[in-house]
Design a protein around this ligand. Sequence first.
Ligand SMILES: *Cc1c(COP(=O)(O)O)cnc(C)c1O
Length: 389
Amino acid sequence: MSRIFDEDNAFGLGTRAVHAGQRPDPTTGAIMTPVYQTSTYAQEGIGRNKGYEYARGKNPTREALERNVASLEGGTYGFAFGSGMGALDSVMKLFKAGDHFVCAENLYGGTPRLFERILVNFGLRFSYVDCREPQAIADAVTPATRAIIVETPTNPLMRLTDLAAAAEIAKRASAFLIVDNTFATPVFQRPFEFGADIVYHSSTKYLNGHSDMVGGIVVVRDDALAERLQFILNAAGAVPGPMDAWLALRGTKTLHLRMAAHDANGRKVADWLAGRLGEERVFYPGLRSHPQHELACRQMSGFGGMVSVDVRSRQNTDRVLAGLRVFTLAESLGGVESLVCHPATMTHASVPAERRAALGIGDGLVRFSVGVEDASDLLNDLDAAFRGV
Ligand SMILES: *Cc1c(COP(=O)(O)O)cnc(C)c1O
C-alpha cells in the first residue's frame, strides 16, 4: 500500500503523470526512481528498520508506481499486482462465501472465467446484467450483494455504464462499486469522481503502454479498505517484480500524451470505418451514432483508441486480417503499436459460444487497438485491407 503525496494534488494531470509519487532518490539524487532489485533490507537492530523489511510487502520502485497511479485516478492509496487478473483476484479476497456480486455481462473475458471457474468454488455468487440499463443493475441487487463490478467502455462492444447511477445503486445497497478503468484510463475517465469505491486496471495495457510487461493496479480512497487490501497484498503475495513496476512507471510518464494520440487516431479510424461500412457497424463511443454517445460525453473526456467493427462474416474477417500490414494480429491492447484482434477466437474464446452470440461477439467482429503511428499510414492500411469487403 502506498499513500499518495498529498502535495501532488496541486498539479494538473500531465504534471502528475510525470512526477506524482516520485522524488529524487535520497541517497544519490537520481532523478528516475531506481529499480530496487532486492528481496530484503538490512535492519539496524531488532524492530529498527527504514520502513522496509521484505519486498513482498513493500518495494520502493513499486511504491512510486502505486503513488503515481493513485494520484492520476484521484484516489489515495495504490496497490500494484503481477497482472490485472491478479489485482482483481486480490480485490475479491475482501469477500467471503455467500457474498453476491452484480456484474456487467460483457466484462473482459478473463474476468467471468475467474469468477465462474474459480471463485464460485469458494462460495461467491455472480449475476450478469446489461449494465447499460441502471434499472437492470438495481433489479439484480439482493440482500447478499456486496459489490457491483463494471467495466466501461466494455471490451469489445464499447458499451457504457452510467457510473454515477451505478454508484448510487451501490450506495443504497451498502455495496461497493468496483470499476475496471483499463480502457478509458484516468486521462479520460476518473470513476472516483462519480462515486466508485475501488478502481482497478490491467496496467499491461494503456498505463504501461509499450507492450513490454504484464501488471495490475488497484486504487482506493478509504483508509480502512486500504488496510484490508494491504493485508491481502502481503498475505496472498500477487505482487509484481521491481523491473515491471519500473517499466509501468516509465509508461505512465507519457500517459497523457499517448492517450491524446490514441484518441485522435481512434476517432479517425472510427470515422473511416463508419464511412466505409456504415456507422451502425462501428462500435466507438466517440461516434455521434453510438447509442450512448451522450453518456460518453458526460463521463469521459476522450474516447481513446479502441474501435470494433462488424464485418458480418468469418470470411470477411479473414480477408481483412490478411490484408493488414501496420496493424498486427495479436491479443492485448493499449500499446503504442496498432493491433487487431478477433474477439470470438482470441480474447473471448473462454466465453461459452451461446453467451458470446447473445452478447453480439460474432465471427465477424474485429477489434482494433489503434496505436500512435501516423494516421495516414493506418488509414491506408485499412483501405488496402477492406478492399473487396
Ligand atoms: C487485459 C485486461 C484485463 C486482464 O489484465 P491482465 O493484465 O491481462 O491480467 C482486465 N480487464 C481488461 C479490460 C483488460 O483489457
